[in-house]
Design a protein around this ligand. Structure first.
Ligand SMILES: [Zn+2]
Length: 303
């Protein structure tokens, strides 16, 4: 593991199972070491952003460690169970307001999953939540990660920004470029993030919180994956690779012949990417090949 990445990590006591740490006045990150949610304490109650499934049983306990204010509002950043599947543990809270994008709410109504409480207030585009002394701006300029909708959660006065499942400070993105269902939009999200004025960034995973440099470094990594795969794909001749393999096994198994070509592009790209990033971002040896594979789908079929 990269020492620089480990150094930035919030320590989680394995006995306790979570840590809650102040990032800004009244703004805390709650993590169990793998998932993160954000707790915003106002003088009119607590606003929670996301309720990860793994943190569900500990959320109310953790909030009570930092304030006597009750939890009054929950915001969903997107539909994924790992980020909101702990909300079922909050059903004891009377009149809990749950805010989400209309697309997220429609999906959750269809799913009817007891682990994910249904939103009580929905919106499209943007929504401003003014709660006591905090103003939280929610915005969905486009969907960069999930099909139903993703949010930018900004508290401008505190230079705080939360965007889930794009990047993990200190690490390369998660598998398949953070499981993004739309790489075209994912490639644009970094500039959208950088357009905000912030100095604290929460990405939703592992234990570190980030800043602008983490976003810039992740953008550089993802653009390097894009340029590398594009170049290697352009110089690799499909018919040459297929003929080379066909001379040994014949032409009948076309899927296999084509896979040999795709694997050659992915493997060559992954070796290059790893050599450049192994000392800079953790996890490139784990997910670099997956990123090259996801990017090849985009470069060959969409770009
Ligand atoms: Zn997600």
């Amino acid at each position: 593991m990269l020492k620089s990445t480990l150094k930035k990590s919030i320590q989680v006591d394995p006995q306790k199972g979570y840590a809650i740490q102040k990032m800004k006045p009244g703004i805390y990150v709650l993590t169990d070491g793998v998932w993160q949610s954000v707790v915003v304490v106002t003088n009119k109650g607590v606003v929670l952003v996301d309720a990860p499934e793994s943190l569900g049983p500990n959320i109310q306990k953790a909030v009570a460690e930092v304030t006597n204010q009750p939890i009054v509002t929950l915001i969903y950043t997107h539909t994924h169970i790992d980020h909101i599947g702990g909300s079922g543990h909050l059903k004891n809270i009377p009149n809990l307001e749950i805010i989400a994008l209309e697309g997220v709410a429609n999906f959750l109504r269809e799913k009817n999953d007891p682990k994910r409480l249904l939103p009580t207030k929905t919106f499209t585009g943007a929504y401003v939540l003014s709660k006591g002394d905090k103003q939280i701006d929610l915005s969905n300029p486009f969907n960069f990660h999930s099909d139903e909708g993703d949010l930018f959660v900004s508290i401008a006065k505190d230079k705080f920004l939360m965007v889930i499942d794009v990047l993990t400070p200190g690490y390369v993105p998660f598998k398949d470029l953070d499981l993004s269902s739309n790489i075209h939009e994912y490639l644009k999200v970094f500039d959208q993030i950088l357009a905000y004025d912030f100095d604290v960034f929460v990405g939703g995973h592992l234990t570190s919180i980030g800043d602008r440099n983490d976003v810039l470094e992740s953008k550089e990594y993802v653009m390097d994956v894009y340029e590398t795969v594009k170049r290697v794909h352009a110089k690799t001749n499909l018919m040459e690779v297929m003929s080379g393999t066909a001379s040994k096994i014949g032409w009948d198994n076309k899927f296999l012949l084509f896979k040999v070509f795709l694997d050659k592009v992915i493997d060559e790209s992954a070796v290059e990417i790893e050599s450049r990033w192994i000392g800079r971002l953790a996890g490139v040896d784990v997910w670099g090949r997956s990123h090259a594979s996801t990017m090849l789908n985009y470069v060959r079929w969409d770009d």
